[in-house]
Design a protein around this ligand. Structure first.
Ligand code: SF4
Length: 366
């Protein structure tokens, strides 16, 4: 199954924690759309399989007029798709915009809420407020969207357990079908990392972060969400199809500045530069970088992605490398991994806290 990812790099302003490729040159949406349309036409057939899912992410795709999104969707074709998702910022979610998105074929929304507390939203530099977040979900439901995902963040500076419980309860009460939740990461070069380094903010300690994560898993489980990926929770039948394909290591075509693709064993990526991307596409001279994944790279990626999901990784795959057999047994004995009835290895709740370390131990050096 092939998915297509469209990167829309425009943001009204930079959130303090963000290290994604984005730009505030919103006035370039028209020329960017033309470049994207051209790249889709050039690369649509790259995997030799029909496109089944479309994901429009960013940046902030909802900074773009609906007519641009429509032009992109029409170029790909919306008929017969399993899932068409678009990320939106709550601040852009007017009634009219949401109705237009429905009309042009968007089936699923991913709303970047992050928190239902104004105080925390200001601290991380988001441009919307809590009321806009709630209104965005309500308006999307009124517009007919019955597959809505929201993003929530935890381990935010000054966030208490009580605040986090309030955010999760609010999310559950809104009746959304999917929740993605991530702890705040202090990435190199971001404004929030500089603030931490200058001691202007105090990061949440690791123990509290783990307690927040456990509460998230427990509370959403009680509310009927399936914890199907380390950071993702869905009502049964609402697991993200496009993203699940990434985790299954299925092929995808990434369109737009900075977008990554995986076709066969080749990973490639477009330049993270708006001018370079637009001029390259228009001049039929886009310089895309690529790397061929070795059998070790493929194995490592399958282990890394598989262990993040509730399907885990097959023992047959893990046992391809003898050196891993004892390591797996050790993790099982320490209650971090467990074996399912169908011979798959999955991470336990305890193991999810230390997933990166577990994965690192199971990686094979080429
Ligand atoms: S809206 Fe998203 S992509 Fe844009 S700056 Fe904020 S986190 Fe980054």
């Amino acid at each position: 199954m092939t998915g297509i990812y469209i990167h829309i790099p425009f943001c009204v302003r930079r959130c303090l924690y963000c290290d994604f490729f984005s730009t505030t040159q919103l006035n370039r949406a028209a020329e960017y759309t033309e470049a994207v349309v051209r790249e889709i036409r050039l690369r649509y057939d790259e995997t030799g399989e029909p496109i089944r899912t479309i994901y429009i992410g960013g940046g902030t795709p909802s900074t773009m007029d609906c007519s641009y999104i429509e032009r992109i969707l029409q170029t790909i074709g919306v008929e017969g798709k399993d899932e068409i998702t678009m990320e939106i910022n709550p601040g852009d979610a007017t009634k009219q915009y949401l109705y237009e998105l429905r009309k042009i074929g968007i089936q699923r929304l991913s709303i970047g809420i992050q928190s239902f507390q104004d105080e925390l939203l200001v601290k991380i530099g988001r441009r919307h407020n809590a009321q806009q977040a709630i209104t965005a979900v309500r308006l999307a439901q009124e517009a007919g969207f019955d597959n809505i995902s929201i993003d929530l963040m935890y381990a935010l500076p000054t966030q208490t357990m009580h605040m986090w419980q309030f955010d999760i309860d609010t999310a559950v009460s809104l009746g959304v079908q999917h929740i993605s939740s991530y702890g705040l990461m202090y990435e190199d070069g971001t404004a929030i990392t500089q603030m931490r380094n200058r001691k202007q903010i105090e990061p949440v300690d690791e123990e509290t972060e783990n307690i927040m994560y456990d509460y998230l898993c427990e509370r959403l489980g009680q509310a009927g969400f399936v914890h199907y990926e380390v950071s993702n929770f869905a009502k049964p039948g609402f697991e993200a199809v496009h993203n699940s394909n990434y985790w299954n290591h299925s092929p995808y075509i990434g369109i737009g500045a900075g977008a990554h693709s995986l076709v066969g064993n080749v990973r490639s990526w477009n330049p993270e530069n708006l001018d370079e991307y637009i001029h390259g596409i228009m001049a039929h001279d886009l310089q895309r970088e690529s790397e061929s994944l070795t059998k070790y790279d493929l194995y490592n990626e399958r282990v890394m992605l598989g262990l993040r999901t509730n399907k885990g990784v097959s023992e047959t795959l893990l046992n391809q490398f003898r050196s891993n057999t004892d390591t797996i047994l050790d993790f099982i004995n320490r209650g971090m991994l467990c074996r399912t009835d169908n011979q798959r290895i999955i991470a336990t709740q305890k193991g999810l806290h230390l997933l990166n370390q577990i994965i690192e131990k199971l990686m094979i050096d080429a």
